[in-house]
Design a protein. Structure first.
Lengths: 354, 268
């Protein structure tokens, strides 16, 4: 008997408790979404943002206000209801506080549908937080499917052509014979760039690339049939968000000789172009441009010598280098490509290396 | 009697345990499955689409586009793509490296080459999830290439440079099988390429053309271009090259401008 009572008592204790009276949103009370809108109605214009942080900490007790408690407050909008309580409780008899510091109070309860702020309210809010009063948010997209570099592109691919004046030099000959020749020449360079955004800027809901970095590769031509390949990196910094924003470009690459016209064949008729071996060199340049269309470029190149002890003298090459200044641009708008092809042609015909 | 009553009471209490919990009394949320076709069959990063973002570039590519330059919605693509079942491989590349003869044949010299390559690749194991594009990570195919590189230098002994000989250029023909591993489902996804086959070329300065081994590991971005490290291993003649390649459509303008400059300059 006692055991039965004990078991019975235990089972009764294990039964689920009766359903507690939970507060639920009823049909007449505003729902969560609806509570945000009426809560916003009574929020003074310009008070919502600072009140969100301060009101939560300063007035946790304000949550007992009925409109807020009828629906579970949303995580992002607990304050409007609390702020709504503040003017109601602290200034019940003062309908319109005086405007100070450029702020405006708009009490628009029952004044119609949203939005309950106007452009002047937005300007005042931006001024208070040090945000640009009139942000220049670009609306037009890039052209040419991002084949012309643009800050509105996430990643882009482009083909550039460089036409430049170059001052070349060679460090004599490894056998000690001859002088160190210096001569003026031309340089034509065609590169493929891949631009990846490494620093982005957010304006509204739009992304803009502020800095891009990526691999590049291409061909370099100069006088005497000199042909190099190059593989390296290209960097571009945008000083704006427009299509014609100024840019700073920097690129560097390893270079390798592919071929040139043999000088020693000059006495046997037209020198022929042939594959020519050469050790790795490097080239680097810096440019200042407008948009992705073109840039003024200043750079240099160095070719390593091939003069190891086990290399026969007739196959050794001496060190060489060049400085160049020119214009580099995207080939899509024609000008840079035409300039590079013309530079290449004129260099082949007019320049004779010593 | 009292025991019987106790048992009766216990049984009643056990039977009275609520079996159906109203949804509002617990944290459990019942998920209604209205359509079997909406349930995803595959899981994991390869089979899930990218999460949408509130932020986007003005120049963002439009989603849902077909593979570019393709026939039959990806059945055959002229430019390799993520969702292509069969693709044309057509590229031009340049690279530089080292030519290393056997130790007593000649010095190690720099080596540079340019190559034209063509072939075809297929995806033999395409996965076709419901309501999603078919996709496969593994691609296999065959490629053939022709290259022209710098010449070789050889001599009979280290002490006698008088016998040094050289060639002007080295021409190589290759046939190889290519294995691809596509790493994501983006439109122009990155993929790793492993190529293994044969190379036929003149060995050093002997004038004899022999077959050797060709091996290459590379990384590409869709079919538009990529980097590679390749080696040709012939008898006493080894060439290792690091280079970059571009699809014919991407490399065509550069080649055209270079040829135009050479032609206008009287070099052709």
């Amino acid at each position: 008997m006692n055991l039965s009572l004990i078991l019975t008592t235990g089972l009764l204790a294990l039964q689920p408790a009766a359903e507690t009276e939970l507060q639920r949103p009823s049909d007449s009370a505003p729902t969560t979404a609806e509570a945000e809108a009426p809560a916003e109605e009574v929020v003074p214009a310009g008070e919502a943002a600072p009140a969100e942080g301060a009101a939560e900490e300063a007035t946790p007790a304000e949550e007992v206000v009925a409109p807020a408690e009828a629906a579970p407050p949303a995580d992002d909008e607990p304050a409007p209801s609390e702020v709504a309580a503040e003017p109601t409780e602290t200034e019940p008899a003062d309908p319109a506080p005086t405007a100070t510091d450029g702020e405006r109070y708009v009490v628009s309860a029952g004044a119609g549908g949203p939005p309950f702020y106007d452009a002047a309210d937005t300007v005042a809010l931006r001024a208070r937080h040090g945000i640009e009063v009139e942000p220049l948010e670009r609306t037009e997209g890039p052209r040419w499917r991002c084949l012309v570099a643009d800050p509105a592109c996430g990643h882009s691919f482009e083909v550039n052509a460089l036409a430049a004046y170059t001052y070349r030099g060679r460090q004599g000959r490894v056998d000690g014979m001859g002088e160190d020749p210096r001569w003026s020449s031309g340089r034509a360079q065609y590169d493929f760039w891949m631009n990846l955004p490494v620093m982005r800027e957010v304006v509204g809901d739009k992304l803009f690339s502020r800095m891009t970095l990526g691999p590049k590769g291409g061909l370099i031509f100069s006088d005497g049939g000199s042909t190099w390949g190059n593989l390296g990196m290209a960097f571009r910094y945008w000083m704006g968000r427009g299509r014609w924003a100024p840019t700073i470009e920097f690129s560097s690459a390893l270079t390798f000789k592919i071929g040139e016209r043999e000088l020693k064949d000059a006495g046997l008729g037209d020198p022929k172009w042939k594959m020519t071996r050469g050790p790795l060199g490097f080239t680097a340049d810096v440019g200042f441009g407008l948009g992705g269309f073109g840039a003024i470029v200043l750079g240099g190149q160095y070719d390593s010598p091939l003069a190891r002890e086990e290399i026969p003298d007739q196959y050794r090459t001496s060190a060489g280098g060049a400085f160049f200044v020119g214009f580099r641009g995207n080939i899509l708008w024609g000008g840079p490509a035409a300039a590079a092809v013309a530079t290449h042609a004129i260099t082949q015909r007019r320049v004779q290396a010593p | 009697m009292s025991a019987f009553v106790s048992v009766f009471v216990l049984s009643s209490l056990l039977a009275a345990s609520p079996s159906d919990d109203p949804a509002g009394d617990t944290d459990l949320v019942e998920v209604s499955q209205t359509d079997d076709e909406e349930e995803p069959d595959e899981y994991g990063p390869f089979f899930e689409d990218e999460a949408p973002s509130d932020l986007e570039y003005l120049g963002r590519a439009r989603p849902g586009r077909l593979p570019v330059l393709s026939l039959g919605e990806g059945s055959f693509c002229f430019v390799e793509g993520t969702y292509c079942k069969a693709s044309l491989i057509l590229s031009a590349d340049i690279g530089a490296g080292i030519r290393a003869p056997a130790s007593d044949e000649g010095p190690d010299v720099p080596y540079a080459q340019f190559t034209f390559r063509g072939g075809i690749a297929i995806r033999p194991a395409m996965i076709r999830p419901r309501k999603r594009k078919a996709w496969g990570s593994w691609g296999v195919g065959v490629v053939s290439s022709w290259s022209k590189g710098t010449g070789a230098v050889s001599f009979g002994s280290d002490d006698d440079f008088g016998d040094a000989k050289s060639t002007d250029a080295t021409t190589t023909f290759r046939v190889a099988a290519i294995n691809q591993m596509w790493l994501s489902k983006r439109n122009h996804a990155a993929h790793l390429d492993f190529t293994f086959g044969g190379a036929r070329s003149e060995v050093l300065t002997s004038g004899v053309t022999l077959w050797g081994t060709h091996a290459e590991v590379g990384m590409g971005f869709g079919g538009w271009g990529g980097l590679f490290l390749s080696g040709d291993f012939l008898d006493r003649d080894t060439r290792v090259v690091l280079g970059f390649r571009g699809h014919g459509i991407a490399a065509g303008p550069i080649v055209a401008m270079a040829l135009a400059g050479l032609a206008a300059g009287g070099a052709l």
